[in-house]
Design a protein around this ligand. Structure first.
Ligand SMILES: [Zn+2]
Ligand SMILES: [Zn+2]
Ligand SMILES: [Zn+2]
Length: 272
């Protein structure tokens, strides 16, 4: 059945170190503003009773406790960097509750890295209950889960090809500094875009804030949030300086959007 709404929660808005950075005394790291306290990048999409997680950050357990997440029905992986993957073992807690394996999705390359880096999960069949139970599902084009149309969006993260994802009126494009024209074509008519905007200084593999604003204006979503933020970025100081319709993301931020029927009718859900 097609869910009527998509509910989005920003689980983490921080770069790979998280903010505060260990041992740093800068004003952002010492800030008491909760919007400056950033766990590693991740988002949750709730569609009716199903929860779809984007990436398994090393802060997954804390994010799940903070947001009272009790089930994960699928995981979409953007790429295999540690800050997006290394909370994978925390999926075990959800297996123990549901007694079901969790399907995980990503490019063939990303899932190969998941399998290689966490071989104990896929090889240790002697100890069921002590490792997460996951089912690998490589994807390269549009599919659907629980009535939600999902389009992988190919992006460049330095020289590494990665995926963003579009789910109906929402797109999540973390860890990138290049969006091919063929991918821009997949991003028209968005209500909400979450986009990598690391920091002010340029970076070899991430959009900085000026680059992110430029590409966000080209994509033209109704609202854009910049994520994967470093401790250079001070929410109360810098958020008001961004153009209208573009803001800084923060942990725990929530949105809800109607899911248009026309977008899901031609698709069949891959899971019951
Ligand atoms: Zn700092
Ligand atoms: Zn990365
Ligand atoms: Zn990252």
């Amino acid at each position: 059945m097609t869910p009527e709404f998509l509910d989005i929660t920003i689980l983490g808005s921080g770069t790979s170190t998280g903010v505060p950075v260990v041992g740093c005394d800068c004003t952002v790291c010492r800030s008491s503003d909760r919007r400056n306290q950033r766990t590693r990048c991740s988002a949750l999409i709730r569609a009716a009773e199903h929860n779809i997680l984007i990436d398994t950050s090393p802060d997954l357990r804390l994010q799940a406790l903070r947001e009272d997440i009790r089930r994960i029905d699928a995981v979409l992986y953007t790429h295999s960097h540690a800050d997006h993957l290394h909370g994978i073992d925390d999926l075990r807690g959800f297996n123990l509750r549901s007694k079901e394996p969790i399907p995980i999705y990503g490019s063939a390359r990303t899932l190969e890295r998941v399998r290689d880096n966490f071989s104990y999960i896929f090889d240790d069949i002697e100890n069921p209950g002590y490792v997460p139970r996951l089912a690998l599902n490589p994807v390269e084009s549009r599919f659907a889960l629980f009535g939600v149309p999902i389009t992988p969006i190919p992006l460049m993260h330095g020289r590494m090809p990665v995926f963003g994802y579009r789910l109906g009126p929402f797109a999540y494009l973390t860890d990138c500094n290049g969006i091919p024209d063929s991918s821009l074509d997949l991003l028209s008519g968005l209500d909400l875009l979450v986009l990598d905007g690391l920091r002010f200084k340029p970076h070899r593999t991430h959009f900085n804030i000026a680059e992110a604003v430029q590409i966000a204006e080209r994509i033209g979503a109704k609202q854009t949030l910049l994520t994967h933020l470093s401790h250079e970025v001070d929410h109360p100081r810098h958020d008001p300086q961004l153009p209208a319709g573009i803001n800084l993301a923060y942990d725990g931020q929530r949105f809800s959007f109607p899911l248009g029927r026309q977008q899901t009718e031609p698709l069949r859900s891959q899971l019951p």
